[in-house]
Write a protein that binds this ligand. Structure first.
Ligand code: PMP
Ligand code: GLU
Length: 395
């Protein structure tokens, strides 16, 4: 059976693949420490699960809901967003999707034509590129000239008259970097100046550390907001990856088109998940649980940065968001005599039994992504194993 050209060329998600490989090794009885994982290591808070159980018992979840989601959840999200960013979104401006991943996919489907170009800053999360290609559009990858954050000059270098969209993931997966308000303003104004759509992915917006303030494009100006489609979800802030609740907030015409699209391709997401998400936002314990998790990540970040910089040939700046770091390992690869970062990463997995993701998956070779969505004991043990591994091969 011939696959469609569209699907034949698709790359499976490298982050999911590396994480699954670690799980398989664990199932074979190997003591693998999984730092490839891109999901919180916390349990979904109990009050959320109990709200879902109650919705089942009350038979609120037995039938289809509106394809775009239940009104109370839409209202709770727009209230939350409006309170935080001083915006005035209404429930007509939002669609609830199967995770933020499907929100991104639906937006790209709704807004891109074949031949359009999409600027994506490097390093970038694995799914943006494949989703853009699935829409028949082209990637224009913008490489930071310094460090891991692009500037307007870096973006301008890859802009052409076919550029239609800019993907802006802040805080960033895989680098953990967070744009300052000034940096973000410059970039957003550049996008507006060239009439680009800003596809903003704020999924790690609640997870910033050490006094860093998160600025969303929604905080900038009416003009920026008019150019923006905002994607977010419950997976990271509330440790709800399995529930699959995300959303897109868009100018009304786009939100309406997204609704029509969802009504044809997916219908509503599981009703029970919508009630769980509603509880996450409306229960008074919500904010406190997000804050507890944030503090735990912060403590881990502060503990592991010096340990990573202590690894021979490895260097990382202290990024302040998400739960990833993206150290430069190019020296360590040379020191150990491996030919490529991929081979080094493979050696770390097969011999040191630590799973990390090679930077190439995020468009930046010479780096690796390491997730600190793991407890401190695991993180320390994993870094010690990597240290022993490098020292053993050091020439
Ligand atoms: N955006 C980014 C940057 C992510 O890291 C993820 C997590 N895989 C998502 C979107 C999608 O998250 P979900 O589909 O679980 O809401
Ligand atoms: N966001 C996670 C990651 O980057 C989940 C994996 C995925 O959806 O690809 O690892």
């Amino acid at each position: 059976m011939e696959l469609s050209e569209r699907i034949a060329n698709i790359q499976p998600s490298a982050t999911l693949a590396f994480s699954n490989r670690a799980k398989e090794m664990t199932a074979q009885g190997i003591d693998v420490l999984n730092l490839a994982v891109g999901q919180p290591d916390f349990k979904t808070p109990d009050y959320i699960g109990y709200a879902a159980i109650k919705a089942i018992e009350d038979h609120q979840v037995d039938g289809y809901t509106a394809a775009t989601g239940i009104t109370p959840l839409k209202k709770a999200i727009v209230d939350h967003v409006n309170a935080r960013h001083g915006t005035d979104f209404a429930d007509r401006d939002i669609v609830i999707t199967n995770g933020a991943k499907f929100a991104l996919y639906a937006v790209v489907q709704a807004l891109l034509n074949p031949g359009d170009e999409v600027v994506i800053p490097l390093p970038y999360w694995v799914s943006y590129g494949e989703q853009v290609k699935l829409a028949g559009a082209k990637l224009a990858l913008a490489r930071p000239s310094k460090g891991l954050k692009v500037t307007v000059a870096d973006l301008e270098r890859v802009r052409t008259e076919r550029t239609k969209m800019l993907v802006l993931n802040n805080p960033n997966n895989p680098s953990g970097e967070v744009f300052t308000k000034e940096e973000l303003t410059a970039i957003a104004n550049w996008a507006v100046e060239h009439d680009l759509i800003i596809l903003a992915d704020d999924i790690y917006g609640d997870l910033v550390y050490n006094g860093t303030k998160f600025t969303s494009v929604l905080d900038l100006s009416e003009e920026v907001i008019a150019h923006t489609v905002l994607v977010n979800g419950f997976s990271k802030s509330y440790a709800m990856t399995g529930w699959r609740v995300g959303y897109a907030l868009a100018p009304r015409k786009v939100a309406k088109a997204l609704g029509a699209y969802l009504s044809q391709v997916s219908s509503n997401i599981a009703a029970v998940s919508q009630y769980a998400a509603l509880a996450a936002l409306t229960d008074p314990r919500g904010e406190e649980t997000v804050e507890e998790m944030r503090q735990t990540y912060e403590e881990r970040l502060n503990t592991i940065v010096p340990l990573i910089n202590d690894l021979p040939g490895v260097h990382v700046e202290k990024a302040a968001g998400a739960f990833y770091l993206f150290p430069d390992v190019s020296e360590a690869v040379k020191l150990t005599g491996f030919k490529t970062t991929d081979e080094f990463v493979n050696g770390v997995l097969e011999e040191a039994h630590v799973s990390i993701v090679p930077g190439k998956a995020f468009g930046m070779d010479g780096h690796v992504r390491l997730s600190y969505a793991a407890d401190l004991a695991t993180l320390k043990k994993a870094l010690q194993r990597i240290k022993d591994f490098i020292e053993q091969y050091q020439q």
